[in-house]
Ligand binder design. Structure first.
Ligand SMILES: Cc1cc2nc3c(=O)[nH]c(=O)nc-3n(C[C@H](O)[C@H](O)[C@H](O)COP(=O)(O)O)c2cc1C
Length: 242
């Protein structure tokens, strides 16, 4: 066990040195992380031994903020192809894994894409889950934490369906997702949560967020690995009934 935890820590340290992570690197890093988690914790949902890259590529992530309606390749499910249902994919992502899934969804559903960008971007030190005094550790232990978001969704009222994507942090949604759901009126909308993680399921992360909204219909959420393909993501999306 000690050897496995050390290996996971080393992998995390190696990852922390990266500053620009490609999708392929992310996928590879995550498979290592998942192997470490499953060997070390055998299905536990805590992350002490999760080997995680520390990429904080907020700048790259923000490229997609505000991109809207530029996906035209057709495989719309119930999106706005019929003019009846307008779909938003809103996501938060620090190391770009959730971002990748969100982009697949927006592409496949011909939906608008919105990146939830923190006013104060998360640094590598901030997302160090091995440090109990890191920013994320402190935020996750503070029920009242609501990290500020930079910018707003343009006319949230226009959307009938909102996909909400985020990484799992200690089995939960990052507190910035609470800031987001508390910032808008979701009444009358269908909300579909999804997450990425090294190994944990979506757990209670979505119901925690649902509790902060009223009048919205929340569908069952789904967990992806950061390396799931567009086909996998769209298989899930096509099976949704909204
Ligand atoms: C602070 C922190 C806590 C994490 N906690 C968990 C966890 O509880 N379970 C898990 O499987 N993965 C955990 N991870 C790994 C992330 O969920 C995973 O790498 C995710 O895909 C990152 O998404 P992103 O690239 O969109 O930021 C954690 C990562 C960080 C930085």
């Amino acid at each position: 066990m000690l050897t496995i935890m050390m290996a996971a820590s080393l992998a995390a340290c190696a990852g922390n040195k990266e500053t620009a992570e490609t999708s392929a690197q992310a996928a590879s890093a995550e498979s290592s992380a998942e192997a470490a988690v499953s060997e070390a914790s055998q299905g536990e949902t805590k992350t002490e031994s999760v080997a995680e890259t520390g990429n904080t590529d907020q700048a790259a992530g923000s490229e997609s903020a505000g991109e809207a309606d530029e996906n035209t390749d057709g495989a719309a499910v119930n999106a706005d192809a019929d003019g009846e249902s307008k779909v938003l994919v809103a996501y938060f992502s620090v190391t770009s894994r959730t971002k990748g899934i969100a982009e697949y969804l927006a592409d496949g559903l011909n939906a608008d894409l919105y990146e939830i960008t923190p006013e104060d971007p998360y640094t590598e030190a901030d997302i160090n889950y091995n440090d109990s005094s890191s920013r994320t550790s402190i935020e996750m232990n503070d029920e009242s934490a609501r990290p500020a978001i930079n910018g707003t969704v343009d006319n949230m009222d226009q959307y009938d369906v909102v996909f909400l994507g985020y990484p799992i942090w200690w089995g939960k949604a990052p507190k910035i997702m609470r800031t987001f759901v508390e910032s808008y009126d979701f009444a009358g909308k269908t909300v579909i949560p999804f997450c990425t993680s090294a190994s944990s399921g979506i757990g209670s992360s979505a119901s925690d967020l649902e509790a902060l909204t009223s009048g919205a219909a929340w569908l069952e959420g789904h967990r992806f690995s950061g390396s799931d393909s567009e086909a996998t993501v769209m298989d899930w999306a096509k099976g949704l009934n909204y």
